[in-house]
Structure formats: structure tokens, C-alpha cells
Write a protein that binds this ligand. Structure first.
Ligand SMILES: C[S@@+](CC[C@H](N)C(=O)[O-])C[C@H]1O[C@@H](n2cnc3c(N)ncnc32)[C@H](O)[C@@H]1O
Length: 456
């Protein structure tokens, strides 16, 4: 396991992937934090009653993209490195041909072919707790920004949301709990969207049987490649103003090319009202590069996940820096590094100002006390040591050394009733790759030629 010292000792690179960024792959720290903060929750882990959220998890333009501002480092780099390359050269000099129409079809086919797994099978999954933990992160992130939105609105004013890359509708129940009025669900994968539709109907039917059904939000679906299609033209009401755009575990697919990234950001920003937010979760490009460079191969991972780069890891391009991500039967798909400084520049062009960017464990630390109860209900952490008759999901020899160490440091390793909530090291190594981000749409003035001017 690496330490922050290893990261600081990395040679400086002549691309700016690490520019203005602190590399934070100090997993050790994250694991101990998780163990420490989860202490008080240990009983909840055992006695958690499934609430709606865990059930959720269990059932669970004409693109007008332009090269950004002249004179920016981005433009210079783009002209040299990002001509939508049809071939990539790996570090070993191997040339890998790329599909000429891009990766959209491959990505859609992958998601369309994922089986719907039953509750029983999912609870046996090696990444059961990690998936629940990610679901908790999404719930807390969504709640955080819905609360800000609601605080700035009149009581009972409608809240409209777009879920870009909604998949099978894993967040439908979160939207219901968030009390939104309308949801636009967009995804490239038709089969996933069908599953999303049937989950929404199930939720509607269930709510009809509730004693206090409350109002359930209205919904519309758009099957589209959000990196290539102007979504607004597909809205039932193209004049609709949105309060929130959520893009969970999706945005990195857009960094295949500048045109696609820009189209996706345009889609996120175009209909957001000033004060609205664009939130999401993506893998941290710095962390991915730091780890793959340390591996001395083009690949790293463990029994849970594997990342294999097909682009030059020493000089990755700003767009199209492709790697394959394999995650325990869930994802096995090409993805692209998101160079965050570039994302900030592109977002600025569309009136989006960065509000916050956090590694998952930073987000966890900030939200842990507020989200403690929900974490217990969602089974976002695993009890260590396991309760009698239960088994740990991790089987690698060092999967729980951090938890043992924590118990030892606390002097409670011999207490048979002492338990902490944590994740196995293999799951943390995957989970800690991710970051959350939030951008806010700012007000604009107009230039003489009619283009918007944002003060960012
Ligand atoms: C990892 S899943 C996440 C699904 C959902 N957001 C969640 O958190 O449960 C990624 C989703 O992104 C969708 N996706 C990938 N590329 C896309 C694109 N270019 N346009 C629209 N959806 C895309 C996939 O079809 C898939 O449903």
C-alpha cells in the first residue's frame, strides 16, 4: 500500500495531469478513517433494517463544440495531441486501432448486456458493501444539493432534475425521497432505460398502495448518446428550466474527445437555471495515473477490480486517454481519463463554476456524522469482526489488517463485542479511486453578438 510520501516523490511530468492537484492515494489513511468513524455504528450494521434506499440498491447539439478560448494551454495541446486519434500507442510501442465511429456503441452494448441480478445474488457479491457505500455517497451528494436548491426556493416550488446516464434507474428512489417534481432520465443504453422504466412503474404501483402515497414525480426518458446529441431538443418541453443535473459514474465516458466532452457539458449546463447545480462522480485521473505508473505495467488492480491502460501512461492525451475498467461482474468497459483542469475550463465556457471536488473518503469524512443513520440502513460498511454465523466478503490475507490495527490501537481487540464498520482493503482500493464534483450555474450578461458572458 502506498503512502503520501510515495506520491510526493513522483517525478514531475511534462504534461499537467498533476498540475494544481494533490495526489491522494493514501488508502491507508482512508481505511483507518473509515474504521474509526464507523465505530459508533457497529450495532446498526448488525441490526440495520432495510429502508427504501437499500431496497433501491438491491432492486435497485447537433453539437456546436468549439475549441475553447484561444491562447489557453488547452488549445495548444489539443492541436498536437487530440486529433481524435484512430490509433493509440502503448508504452511498449504496440499500436491499438480504435473504432472509427468511437466507443459509444461498445459502451452501450456493454451496459445493455448486463444482467439484472436478483437480491439474493447481489447480497452475495464480493463488492456488496462497496456498492452500498457508493449508493450512500450518491444519496448524500444528491441530498446536499437538493437541500441547497430548496433553501433558495419558495415553499413547494417545483424541482426539476435531469439524471444524465441514469442507467437502470438506481437513483429513482433517491429522487423520490428528495421530493422532486420532474425527472428527465437520459441514457445511451436502451435495455438499461427499459429497466429504469419498469422500476419507475414498480415504484409508482408501490406508492399507490402506501397509506401516505404522497406525490410521485413525473418522468420522461431520452435514449441518446449524451456526448453527441443535444438533449434539450428531445425534452417534452424544450423551454424547461432545470434545478439539478446529476451524472453518476458516467461523465468519464465523454472524455473520449473534446467534441464529446463539450457536448456533454453543454447538455448539463444548457437548461440549468442560475443557482442550479451539476453534480457527479468520476474516477480521479491523477490517482489512476499515479497507481498505474507505480505498477510498472500498464495495469493495476486486485481481486475486485482491474484497470488496464491502452494509452501512453507517461504522456496521456487530454482526451481519448483510454483504459479498460473491469469491476467484479459490473463494469468491463472502455473509459477515459478526465483531466480535471480541462473539465473546469470547459465548464466555465458554459457558465458552470466549480463549487467542490472531493475524493470519496474526503466526502465520507465530511458527511459521516450527518449520514450515519443512512449508512447503517444502507449497509454501506461491513462489520469487523463478523458477527457469529456471518462471513467476511474479503478473502485476501490483508483485507482487514487496517481494521485489526484499529482495534489494537484502541486496545479493544480482545473485547468480543467490539465491532467496527469498514470495507475490505480490496474494495477500498477500488472505491478510493473516485471523486465527487459539483458545479454551480452562474448568472450571465450578454455580449453585443448575443453570446452569454459568465463572470467566473
Ligand atoms: C456505471 S453506469 C451508472 C448508472 C447510474 N448513473 C448509476 O449511478 O447507477 C454508467 C451509465 O452511463 C451510461 N452511458 C455511458 N456513456 C453514455 C453516453 N455517451 N450517453 C449516455 N449514457 C451513457 C451507460 O449506459 C450506463 O447506464
Amino acid at each position: 500500500m502506498s503512502t503520501s510520501d510515495d506520491v510526493l516523490n513522483l517525478p514531475s511530468l511534462d504534461n499537467d495531469y498533476l498540475e494544481n492537484e494533490e495526489s491522494t492515494d493514501d488508502l491507508e489513511k482512508a481505511l483507518v478513517i473509515a474504521a474509526a468513524d464507523a465505530d459508533a455504528r457497529s450495532n446498526e450494521v448488525q441490526y440495520a433494517i432495510r429502508n427504501d434506499d437499500s431496497e433501491d440498491e438491491e432492486k435497485e447539439i447537433n453539437n456546436s463544440a468549439k475549441v475553447p478560448e484561444s491562447g489557453s494551454g488547452l488549445k495548444r495541446r489539443l492541436s498536437v495531441e487530440n486529433e481524435d486519434p484512430k490509433h493509440f500507442k502503448t508504452n511498449e510501442g504496440e499500436v491499438i486501432p480504435q473504432p472509427s465511429e468511437g466507443y459509444g456503441k461498445i459502451i452501450a452494448t456493454h451496459y445493455n448486456s448486463l444482467e439484472e441480478k436478483g437480491l439474493d445474488e447481489r447480497s452475495k457479491s464480493r463488492i456488496f458493501y462497496m456498492r452500498n457505500f457508493h449508493n450512500w455517497i450518491k444519496s448524500m451528494l444528491i441530498n446536499e444539493y437538493l437541500t441547497k436548491i430548496r433553501d433558495n426556493k419558495k415553499h413547494n416550488a417545483p424541482i426539476r432534475v435531469m439524471d444524465m446516464g441514469c442507467g437502470k434507474g438506481g437513483d429513482l428512489l433517491k429522487w423520490r425521497k428528495g421530493g422532486i417534481s420532474h425527472l428527465i432520465c437520459a441514457d445511451i443504453a436502451s435495455v438499461s432505460l427499459d429497466q429504469c422504466k419498469s422500476r419507475y412503474s414498480d415504484m409508482q404501483n408501490r406508492s399507490g398502495r402506501d397509506r401516505n402515497p404522497g406525490n410521485i414525480y413525473s418522468i420522461e426518458y431520452i435514449e441518446a448518446d449524451c456526448t453527441k446529441v443535444r438533449l434539450r431538443e428531445k425534452y417534452k418541453d424544450p423551454s424547461m428550466k432545470l434545478d439539478l443535473v446529476s451524472c453518476q459514474f458516467v461523465f468519464h465516458y465523454s472524455f473520449e474527445s473534446l467534441t464529446q466532452a463539450e457536448c456533454m457539458i453543454h447538455n448539463a449546463a444548457e437548461c440549468l437555471q442560475p443557482g442550479g447545480f451539476f453534480i457527479g462522480t468520476i474516477p480521479d485521473a491523477n490517482d489512476l495515473l499515479t497507481r498505474v505508473r507505480k505498477s510498472r505495467l500498464n495495469s493495476f488492480g486486485n481481486e475486485v477490480f482491474q484497470v488496464t491502460f491502452e494509452s501512453d501512461i507517461n504522456k496521456p492525451p487530454l482526451f481519448g486517454a483510454k483504459y479498460n475498467f473491469h469491476l467484479d461482474g459490473v463494469v468491463d468497459c472502455p473509459e477515459f481519463l478526465v483531466h480535471f483542469p480541462t473539465l473546469i475550463k470547459l465548464a466555465k465556457k458554459y457558465g458552470l463554476r466549480l463549487v467542490r471536488k472531493e475524493k470519496f473518503y474526503e466526502f465520507y469524512k465530511r458527511m459521516n456524522s450527518e449520514g450515519r443513520h443512512l449508512m447503517g440502513n444502507m449497509k454501506g460498511l461491513e462489520a469487523y469482526p463478523p458477527y457469529p454465523g456471518s462471513h467476511l466478503v474479503g478473502t485476501a490475507v490483508d483485507d482487514y489488517v487496517h481494521a485489526e490495527e484499529f482495534l489494537r490501537n484502541e486496545g479493544i481487540e480482545r473485547d468480543r463485542n467490539a465491532r467496527i464498520g469498514t470495507l475490505s482493503k480490496s474494495e477500498w482500493e477500488a472505491s478510493s479511486l473516485y471523486i465527487t464534483f459539483a458545479f454551480e450555474k452562474v448568472k450571465n450578461t450578454w455580449a453585443a453578438d448575443g453570446t452569454p458572458i459568465y463572470d467566473i
